[in-house]
Structure formats: C-alpha cells, structure tokens
Design a protein around this ligand. Sequence first.
Ligand SMILES: Cc1ncc(COP(=O)(O)O)c(C=O)c1O
Length: 398
Amino acid sequence: MKIIMKDHIRTLGVEEITGWYSDTMFTQKQAEDALHFHKSLPMYQETRLISLTAAAHSYGVRKIFVKDESGRFGLKAFKGLGGTYAVFRLLCQKFKMNETTATFEDFQREEIRKQCEAIEFVTATDGNHGKGVAWAARIFGCKSHVFMPKGTVEARRKAIEDAGASTVVITDLNYDKTVAYAEKMAQEKGWILVQDTSWEGYEEVPRRIIEGYLTMAAEIENQMEEDRPTHIFLQAGVGAMAGGITAYYLNRYRNDPPCITIVEPETVACIYLSAEMADGEPHTVEGDPITIMAGLNCGTPCGIIWPVLRDGVSFYCACDDCITKEGMRAYANPLGGDPAVISGESGAVTYGLLLEILKDKELKELWKMDEKSVILLINTEGATDPEGYERIIKDHKR
Ligand SMILES: Cc1ncc(COP(=O)(O)O)c(C=O)c1O
C-alpha cells in the first residue's frame, strides 16, 4: 500500500489487488436486463459518450471518454437509472410479472394503474437518488416520500418535489441518520423503502438499484466500439455506483481488468478510510462532514458492494473541493474542438483529479498512463444546483 499526499489530493495506491469476479452478480446479462427495461420507458434516450480528443492529445494519452449523464431522463443525473429499476423490480414482484421480459408498457393496464395508486415508496437522499425515486414512483402512478439531510440547498429539495414526490422534508440529521430515519418511517407507515445503500437484512433493493446503474455500462459498451478502457475513474458516495461499474468491468475483462480509481471528497472519504484501515471491513466517517460534492457526502460504504471496492480497485483518492471546481471549469471550457460538458459538483471531481494526474509526471507514472491509455470518466450530474454551478464556473480561484 502506498500513500501519496499532494496538494489537495491524498492517494492510496494498492500495489497488488486481490481481484473480484462473479458469474451471477453485476454481469453483462444484468446490464442488458436493466437496459431492456430502461429502453421501454417512453422518455428513454441513450446519453452521449464524448471523446475529449484535444485534451487526450494535449496530455499524451490515446483517448479520454466521458459518459455524460447530465441529460438522463431530464433529471440531470444518472441516479434515476437505479430508482426506476428498483421500483420496476419491486412492482414486478408484487404483480407477479417476469422481471426480465416485462416492460413499462405492462404497467399501463387500467387495473394495475389503480393498484399502483395505493403504493407508497420512501427514501433518504442528498439529492439525485431521491429525485430518481420520486420520478420513478410518479411514472408508475405510485406515491413517494423523501427525507434529506440538514444543509441541503433548497434548489435540490424543490427539484425532488417537481419530480413528483408527495412529501420532501429536510431533516436536522446527517446523511447516515437520515437513512435510518427513512427506514423507521417505512416500518411505521408501511411504505416501501428504496434505499441506494445496503445493510444486513436490506440487500435486495440496493442490489437492483446497482443493476439499474449498469445500463450506463451496457450503453458505453455499444458506444465505445473497438475501444476498451485501460483506466476508469469513479466518484463515490456510498460507492454503489462505483462498485457496480467496477464489478461489471472486472467480470467483463476478468483476465485483464482496467485500472480502477475511486474518488471521494476528502472530508467524507469513507471508502478511502476503509481501504486505509486495511482490516477488510467497511468503516464510517462520523460527524457532519462538509463538501460541495453533495451527492458524495455519505459516511458509510454500501455493504453489498464493499468487497468489490476492497478487492478490485487500484487507487483510492480523497480530493479537496477545489479539485472538482477545476473539473467543472475544464469541462465547461474545453480544449480545441472538444465538446463542452455541463458538470455539477459531484460529477466533475474525476476530471479534476485526472487533470492533476496528467499534469504531474510522478502521478502519471504512478497510474501508468501513456499514449496507449484509454480513460473512461462518468459525468454523473449536470448543474443540479444551478446557482452554485454558475458561481463556480465564473470564479477563477481554486
Ligand atoms: C451526482 C452523483 N454522483 C455520484 C454519486 C455517488 O453514488 P453512490 O452513492 O452510489 O456512491 C451520487 C450519489 O448520490 C450522485 O448524486
């Protein structure tokens, strides 16, 4: 294990990864099942995979691909993929439909719509997941209740209301405690909890949520054509998305997996902390951490995906907020003829980190990046807090 401290970045490199794979979890088959469902939604559109050709050329790597989720379902973030898929799978179970062949259309029948009206979902969120669940509940004709941690900006609360939630409440609790509160409310009120993290006894729904995220991997697979990534950078809150995508690629390229880097805010780097503790267990960052990366402000790793993050990842990075600000500005002001990308605080940290690496000879060597490298990033959100976004883009300070 190698720890490197640079200005604004802490890197934990694992010299020898032990590896992870599964024939049944987070495979191409699951990605295709999720894509099959998402394609059946009338508002489905594949999100773009951008190639930052000028940037790749300028920094001496073969390609930099960005999967741009800022346009997903009009929700400005990838998270709706998980919420919709979990709600779909729960409803398939309830109505005894075949989960791999059923489509959204099957839920439009009058008698099903009527029964859906009585179903209520609940979740805790720092923004995007709740918006996804609220929207999923609405399109299936169900109700939803969303709880948010203290410090949530009003724009994010309002966006969830607009997406269709029946109630949206900002609590005076941190994220982890808000999750516990949503679980308690589910038990008290008979609502169905759709949470994007897992704990003992609560694993099925988060697993479906993660499978829903694999639609991105299935799309990328088609969009990349003959290329395959050598390096993937994934931002993490609880690590469900990062772990799901990691698992997919470890399964897909079992004998020659890409180099995966997990990226978190330094104030709340629970996966970094867990890797650093090196006792094999996930660890929690306590307290009320502050970061502008609201979607990544989660103190406890997702239990079901933690083994993937522990065994299949080469680097863990904890980044100061200034790294994501740099990423946001670089996406907005691209080099040469590269397309501009609107990327929010939780979306841009991987690009900010990548630029730090590419500009630093020592880091570039550590990551073994050269003219053969094909790098994949996911812009997981657009301007979900439009005022914050404008402020950061106009500002030139770190
Ligand atoms: C925009 C954005 N990116 C990344 C993440 C991280 O996802 P996860 O919590 O599964 O690690 C989130 C989580 O809410 C998010 O909203």
